[in-house]
Design a protein around this ligand. Structure first.
Ligand code: NAG
Ligand code: NAG
Ligand code: NAG
Ligand code: NAG
Length: 369
């Protein structure tokens, strides 16, 4: 009798822990249980690795007018190659770099029959027209899944008829009062601001001194350098996720640019804390009559609000260590549906080329321990 009871209890506990846990940010994003995360993350990493080989090939002259790029779908374990001219598929599959991965590729008709070269041409034209309009704040990016360029207006009073020949998908954000909560860096060229460290949900005026901002670029990329002089703060290579029940401290093991549309991406920010979403575009730009132009933005659908700017943008990389992350960028700003981040590789490139600072990313641990 006692033994039966024990067995029943054990199996209850086991089934609870196996089936009911959804603590990891990726379990929530992907709508799966914690124990399923390593396998799906491994499949996502594999698709990203294949897509890294595929993407530059699709951009070559002999393919760029036949394909509209690629998007990864980790749950289906497939990369969709948006195809305009199907008679080029065999040429692509014949390439020795691509052939070993043919089972992961699905050739689907590009929604709007727009090739990469067409998308790129249209993007440049739209960007030119938008910069002439000098709007309040507008994002442009290429959405490979939609097979179109997207124009995202934060303000509806813009006459965008000049972009009509290039047929962008137009999204207006201003219909809701929440649009007032646009996140943005409020630094506008001031380089002697002093920065403090304060935990989430605390008043920043009571924080501990970090130091002054000693360099700030606003165009065409947006980032600042803060000189660390504080005596009461010890820098660490971790990202905090304090409001969660588990995975509250994530270790930065490396940096890596975002390379695939459809991959997950997360951020840690002061207003909306830790959120994750999917990469929508890799070539984002922001035009604004106050902020000027920002280029090379990662566009995603992560939630963010005013006050999140400057937070870390990251992704999980190790199926063996779900606390290990790589830095992908820094939050620039966004709205209700879209969010833009400045890419980490661009930031380090600009620092090398334009400043006297010799900086490297502070990392710790190892991705697989
Ligand atoms: C595509 O063009 C590149 C050079 O741009 C060349 O090396 C490659 O062999 C070409 N591939 C095919 C399938 O024609
Ligand atoms: C599609 O590709 C084939 C093979 O390269 C080429 O002969 C044909 O002209 C292309 N079709 C279009 C509409 O570009
Ligand atoms: C919008 O701009 C175009 C020129 O680009 C102009 O012809 C048109 O009249 C404008 N429409 C409105 C409603 O202002
Ligand atoms: C916008 O900001 C206000 C004040 O900070 C807040 O009360 C409101 O909930 C925010 N709205 C959204 C949709 O985030």
């Amino acid at each position: 009798m006692r033994i039966y009871f024990l067995i029943v209890l054990l199996s209850l506990i086991r089934s609870y822990s196996i089936y009911a846990e959804q603590n990891h940010p990726l379990a929530k994003l992907w709508g799966i249980e914690d124990i399923e995360v390593p396998k799906l993350l491994e499949s996502e990493r594999n698709l990203i690795a294949i897509d890294k080989i595929l993407r530059p090939i699709l951009e070559q002259d002999n393919f760029s007018s036949s394909f509209g790029g690629s998007t990864i779908y980790p749950k289906e374990n497939i990369i969709t190659v948006h195809t305009v001219n199907f008679s080029k598929v065999d040429d692509l599959l014949a390439l020795p770099q691509i052939n070993p991965y043919k089972d992961f590729l699905s050739f689907d008709k590009a929604e709007n029959s727009m090739s990469l070269s067409q998308l790129e041409y249209n993007f440049d034209q739209i960007a030119f027209e938008v910069s002439s309009i000098n709007p309040e704040r507008t994002f442009i990016y290429t959405d490979l899944e939609l097979n179109n360029n997207v124009l995202y207006f934060f303000n509806s009073g813009i006459n965008n008829s000049a972009t009509e020949p290039y047929n962008p998908k137009i999204i207006y954000e201003n219909s809701s009062p929440a649009s007032q909560n646009i996140t943005q860096l409020r630094l506008t060229g001031i380089t002697n601001n002093v920065f403090f460290y304060a935990p989430w949900r605390s008043d920043s005026s009571s924080g501990l001194l970090i130091g002054p901002m000693v360099y700030h670029m606003t165009n065409p990329h947006d980032f600042g350098i803060i000189d660390f002089v504080g005596k009461d703060v010890v820098p660490t290579f971790s990202v905090r996720n304090d409001v969660a029940a588990a995975y509250i401290e994530l270790t930065i093991t490396d940096s890596a640019p975002v390379s695939s549309v459809g991959a997950h991406v997360c951020k840690s920010g002061r207003t909306t804390y830790f959120t994750c979403g999917y990469v929508l575009g890799l070539n984002g730009r922001s035009y604004g009559n106050v902020d000027g132009i920002k280029k090379d933005l990662i566009i995603s659908d992560m939630t963010s609000r005013r006050g999140d700017s400057g937070g870390t943008v990251l992704s999980f990389v190790s199926p063996q260590n779900l606390n290990s992350v790589v830095v992908q960028g820094i939050i620039y700003g966004g709205g209700i549906l879209l969010h833009a981040a400045q890419s980490i590789d661009i930031i380090f490139k600009e620092i090398r080329e334009n400043t006297i600072y010799d900086l490297t990313l502070y990392t710790g641990g190892s991705s697989s321990s």
